[in-house]
Design a binder for this molecule. Sequence first.
Ligand code: PNS
Length: 169
Amino acid sequence: MVDERVAIYPGSFDPLTYGHDDIIRRSLRLVDRVVVAIAGSATHVKDPTFSLAERVELTRAVYAEEPRVEVVPFEGLLVDFARQQGARLIVRGLRAVSDFEYEFQMALMNRSLWPEIEVIFMAPAASYTFLSSSLVREVARLGGDVSGFVPPLVLQELVRVFGAVVAGE
Ligand code: PNS
């Protein structure tokens, strides 16, 4: 497509939650294609529950019916990856003021590494502002019901790994 608008949505996605999904769907209203870029080692998540290959496979499965969402792993600097993908827009979700400082630092660092890049912050649905992958992992590990927080395929994987409680069972 000529002048296709592509946004990169980077993260660890360990695992994908409905909060991430909400940001992806909002981004699809703004751009033609969203590249969900799943970070390998270059992230603060040092000991992920799901391997990079598992996170990519699972996230791809969730968006199997959505041709405008592409899911790819990446290593190294995000701006280098964005350049390779022909994307000049990074999308990040901002849940609360507590996210702001880290996100703002990253945005300005990314822009100083590649001045062509723009970063936009999107607010998720209010019902997801408390949600994070780390909380979902913790609740699932402790046997809590996370079925309201992740897509069914992700829930299946959490059940496989942690034996999490599934609503209604
Ligand atoms: O969902 P997360 O774990 O908060 O995502 C963090 C991520 C992957 C976006 C960030 O760690 C990142 O961009 N890593 C790639 C390495 C890089 O470019 N670092 C410099 C960022 S300023």
